[in-house]
Design a binder for this molecule. Structure first.
Ligand SMILES: Nc1ncnc2c1ncn2[C@@H]1O[C@H](COP(=O)(O)OP(=O)(O)OP(=O)(O)O)[C@@H](O)[C@H]1O
Ligand SMILES: [Mg+2]
Length: 400
């Protein structure tokens, strides 16, 4: 099927027998252009006050047509949304329709929510985000792991959801390029001495390569694999995770760390966004309490699921369970650090920082992010509690 546009997307919905979703009337379609990869449209029936979002995957990224990506990434996205709908239904958009051949998903319109990254930049607090994200992480990860799934079923599923092209993108952009001089890397000019230090740090690179190896080989659970604050739509009462097209069976710590690492980036960027010293301290205080709370909820929900639904004959040890959680915390620190480095000196930057126009101010905030990331990597093997990890954020320093 061709790329949809504002005209054809409406015909598409009718052709697929989905008119009832919107009801009779004049429908209005508008493109949603925040993303880079897929085509998204909001189709509204203003008279009935109803709307849906249509997401279509093309064989390439729409904003960068030379960047080829297989369309079946939408099957991966759909599979994750389906599992999440079973175990954490309040944390994902409802899927109304999926056609794997057309590579189209029709889903709930979350237009009342805002991209969490953009809101954090302005100092917006989300009192329920920790509860919601902690639960999403615990449920989606536990119920797709060997703790819960029968061994054969898990292996068959992991063999179905392979996603090699998108995984290779992350292997390169997250775990390789930011740690060597690479033509794709970009960073603010004043960071040059700091970036040279990072390129020269073989011990740091060795830690990251161990993470990369684990990322490539440890099929622990079906992970989202791009769970940054731009994949979270949030409001005062609801928090939803979108865009799991990068998903595969990988290490749980990657999802945990990507989310927590992006909260740490928001903390660092607030160095420049804060309207006053008072608000800087107050918002950061909230951010770190949400950071810690996310982990506590994750742990509580993960252990509750273990208690209720684990295959206890397969994993009969309380000590193992304790170690499992501690290992996840340490993994989260490592993967979170890799995510921070790549957002600061790799190819894919984030608006937390590129929205800071003054180069000196931006680089100062970025140096704080790099300092936190280095602390996370260096200390990751020693961490015992989430407070140890948030403590390293607090100890972070502007290095310029
Ligand atoms: N169900 C939804 N309701 C409302 N808005 C949505 C919905 N899903 C996505 N969006 C909006 O569209 C943007 C892009 O969506 P999404 O991230 O799924 O697409 P993408 O093309 O894969 O983006 P990316 O380049 O980040 O990979 C989101 O950041 C969000 O603003
Ligand atoms: Mg995407």
């Amino acid at each position: 099927m061709d790329a949809l546009n504002e005209q054809t997307v409406r015909d598409y919905l009718r052709r697929k027998g989905l008119a009832e979703l919107l009801g009779e009337g004049d429908w209005v379609a508008e493109p949603i252009t925040e993303g880079n990869v897929n085509l998204l449209f909001r189709v509204k029936n203003p008279t009935a006050g109803r709307s849906v979002v249509v997401k279509q995957a093309l064989g390439y990224a729409w904003r960068y047509p030379d960047f080829k990506m297989p369309k079946d990434r939408l099957k991966v996205e759909h599979a994750v949304l389906e599992v999440a709908a079973r175990h954490a239904p309040e944390q994902v958009p409802e899927v109304y329709f999926f056609d794997p051949d057309d590579a189209v998903i029709v889903m709930e319109d979350l237009g009342h929510l805002e991209e969490m990254r953009a809101a954090l930049r302005r100092g917006v607090r989300f009192p329920l985000a920790a509860e919601h994200l902690g639960r999403y992480l615990a449920r989606t990860l536990f119920y797709t792991s060997d703790l819960y799934l029968p061994s054969g079923e898990k292996k068959r599923w992991a063999a179905e959801i392979v996603n090699p092209v998108l995984r290779k993108v992350q292997e390169d952009l997250v775990f390789t390029q930011p740690f060597v001089p690479h033509p794709n890397n970009r960073y603010s000019r004043p960071l040059e001495p700091l970036v040279r230090e990072i390129y020269a740090d073989d011990a740091l690179r060795a830690e990251v390569l161990e993470l990369k190896e684990r990322y490539m080989t440890q099929a622990q659970a079906l992970i989202h694999n791009d769970l940054h604050t731009g994949s979270v739509l949030a409001g005062p009462e609801a928090t939803k995770v979108v865009d799991p097209e990068f998903a595969f069976f990988g290490p749980m710590g990657h999802d945990l760390g990507t989310y927590l690492g992006n909260l740490a980036l928001a903390y660092a960027a607030f160095e420049a966004h804060a309207p006053s010293e008072e608000e800087k301290a107050a918002f950061r205080g909230w951010l770190l309490s949400s950071f810690e709370e996310t982990w506590r909820v994750f742990e509580r929900e993960f252990l509750a699921a273990w208690e209720r639904d684990a295959q206890k004959d397969e994993w009969p040890s309380d000590t193992y369970r304790e170690r499992y959680l501690r290992r996840l915390l340490r993994d989260a620190a490592g993967f979170g650090a890799a995510e921070m480095f790549r957002r600061l000196i790799g190819m894919a930057h984030v608006s937390d920082f590129w929205s800071i126009e003054d180069e000196e101010a931006r680089a100062a905030a970025e140096s704080l992010g790099l300092d936190i990331a280095r602390k996370w990597i260096r200390e990751s093997r020693e961490l015992e509690t989430i407070e140890d990890l948030s403590g390293l954020v607090r100890e972070g320093r502007v290095l310029l």
